[in-house]
Design a protein around this ligand. Structure first.
Ligand code: CA
Ligand code: CA
Ligand code: CA
Ligand code: ZN
Length: 581
């Protein structure tokens, strides 16, 4: 069976999607892995659903190894729609606007006022039967190509399916893809295909401005995770450090108000290029700090989206583009928050309620240093949001409250932080230290290392005095994951592309397994529960091929077969029998 057929068979038999709703639009093979990526659009009653996408990834031997699904799913609503000869009938959707009137709503939004009298709407001869009639709007003064208009369907942020005019608008500096409600009154979605933006930051993969000079990074937004870029909430656009994933601002006075706090403004070209002077205190480098905080929050959003932290699983977005979950919860990220020092924190309420990241100045050095500029601090904090939302589902925010669960919460955050900074040239001899820029030394007891001399921590350490503290327990968990990471990278190699959850490469597989396991594990997990969830994730994703590599990491650190974590701690270095051969 060809990969597109495998994909359609999978969607109809496993996901119970009607075959006539699936249109395979595109497929291609990644040579290195042999995986075929199949991209499908949902069509209902002959209309394409603009944001109804499914991607299915099929291995060389015809197995579905991963998929992503944002089809419109309300069975009752779909049944009703399918019975209609024309979903676009006014009986169904109320009064329908002419394309010119709907286009005027879009034009007003981007600050243009087209002269409706000069515009003419012309139908385009469409050769293929069954496709929707396309119109051209001629005589629009601010475009450099006739505007195309077509009737479409779109999933709204309220979870309904709405008829909408779809416009493609080519301008000298922009190429807009816009959807306006059929009645012409509301802009439902707006994406600029040539959105360009640049930020001077500590680039992804680096850690702080003392180790590596900041760089001007162009267009880092990921088109899948952030379809409207980093400064657009679908109906509201910003030129400051506000967007669909994060609101980043200073909070020097440390009070609760934040909406009107200062933010750098990149102007219409979205250029965020600010100086950083190491000899000056954090407040004097404020714009550089807020820019880096904004950048890293968006990077975390975009990368982890590809590993399953999406709208439906409770991620942090203002607008969910009709893809499930609850919106209205982009991160509120305060740079240089005056309410504290020598720390950083992240609060994670249930999905749909806004999380808060607060970064404080660190006073160990003169002048003091700013956690906003140390990427492992920002990614560690954002990581708390990921592990809290995914464990026990997006609506339960009480699953990592204390004990081993809270300890592993710290461990997952350290894992995410060092994962982002690993490079192809690294070897298992690499030592990783945390917080070195802000504190001047490793803030953990030991470096993360695979050799037991440099990092002797094992599960039994939890019985030692003082080691029931969450960050200390987190060190034990994170070094187990470090060993697992290296077992998988030694076996499968390293992928440079952090944005693809490739199960055939060691680093990307390690993160994918940890992310899948967060969703699989029980609320309030202990070390044994969390280990077993990773093994279960591996069984589901790669069929047990790497289970012994995972066991080897945990057994080495005292969490082998027969270890107990529930009532009293029992350590074990035992491997399962069928791994010993
Ligand atoms: Ca304030
Ligand atoms: Ca959310
Ligand atoms: Ca949760
Ligand atoms: Zn933490």
């Amino acid at each position: 069976m060809s990969p597109p057929l495998v994909a359609v068979e999978f969607l109809t038999s496993r996901l119970k999607i009607q075959a006539d709703e699936i249109a395979v639009r595109n497929h291609h093979v990644t040579e290195m892995t042999g995986i075929t990526h199949v991209y499908c659009k949902q069509t209902i009653g002959g209309f394409e659903v603009a944001n109804g996408d499914i991607d299915v990834h099929v291995s060389k031997d015809g197995q579905v190894v991963a998929y992503g699904d944002s089809f419109f799913k309300s069975a009752a609503a779909r049944h009703k729609l399918r019975r209609r000869a024309d979903i676009w009938s006014s009986e169904q959707s109320g009064p329908i606007a002419e394309p010119k009137a709907a286009f005027a709503t879009f034009a007003t939004h981007i600050g243009q006022s087209p002269d409706a009298g000069r515009m003419a709407v012309v139908p385009v001869d469409s050769a293929a039967s069954g496709t929707q009639q396309t119109y051209l709007i001629k005589g629009v003064p601010f475009v450099d190509r006739d505007v195309s208009a077509v009737r479409a369907l779109i999933q709204t942020s309220e979870g309904t399916l709405a008829p909408a005019w779809e416009f493609k608008v080519h301008m000298p500096r922009n190429y807009f893809h816009a959807f306006v409600s059929a009645d012409g009154k509301r802009l439902l979605s707006l994406v600029d295909w040539v959105a360009s933006a640049s930020y001077r930051v500590v680039k992804l993969g680096n850690n702080n401005p003392a180790d590596t000079p900041r760089e001007l990074v162009d267009n880092p937004a990921d088109a899948t995770a952030s379809p409207a870029g980093w400064h657009d909430q679908g109906t509201r656009r910003f030129t400051t450090t506000i967007g669909n994933n994060v609101y980043a601002q200073e909070n020097l006075n440390g009070t609760a108000s934040w909406e009107m706090n200062r933010r750098p403004d990149g102007g219409s070209k979205l250029v965020f290029d600010y100086p950083y002077e190491a000899s000056k205190p954090p407040a004097d480098n404020m714009n550089a700090s807020i820019t880096n905080l904004f950048y890293m929050n968006n990077i975390m959003h975009d990368i982890f989206y590809h590993y399953g932290f999406t709208e439906a699983t409770g991620n942090f977005q203002e607008n969910n583009w009709g893809k499930g979950g609850r919106g209205g919860d982009a991160v509120k990220a305060n740079a240089i928050d005056g309410d504290g020092t020598d720390n950083a924190e992240f609060e994670t309420p249930p999905d749909g309620e806004r999380p808060q990241m607060r970064m404080f100045a660190f006073t160990a050095t003169k002048p003091s240093r700013d956690g906003d500029l140390e990427n492992d601090i920002v990614s560690h904090e954002y990581g708390h949001g990921i592990s809290n939302r995914l464990t026990g589902g997006p609506d339960n925010a009480d699953c990592l409250p204390d004990g081993q669960a809270a300890g592993m919460g710290e461990g997952w955050s350290d894992f995410f932080a060092y994962w982002l900074e690993m490079k192809r040239a690294d070897t298992p001899a690499k030592h990783v230290e945390m917080g070195k820029y802000v504190v001047g030394r490793n803030i953990r007891t030991y470096p993360y290392a695979t050799d037991m001399k440099s990092n002797p921590l094992t599960f039994g350490q939890l019985l030692e005095p003082g080691w029931d503290e969450p960050h200390r327990m987190g060190e034990v968990w994170a070094v187990m994951l470090y060993d697992m990471y290296w077992n998988l990278v030694a076996k499968l190699g390293f992928s440079e592309n952090r944005y693809v959850a490739d199960p055939t490469k060691g680093n990307t597989l390690a993160l994918k397994l940890v992310m899948d396991a967060l969703k699989l594990q029980v609320c309030r997990p202990n070390f044994v529960n969390a280990r077993d969830a990773i093994l279960q994730a591996e069984q589901m994703l790669t069929g047990g091929k790497h289970r012994c590599d995972i066991w080897r990491a945990f057994a080495k650190r005292g969490l082998g077969e027969g270890a107990k974590a529930a009532d009293s701690i029992v350590t074990s270095t035992k491997m399962p029998q069928n791994c010993n051969a």
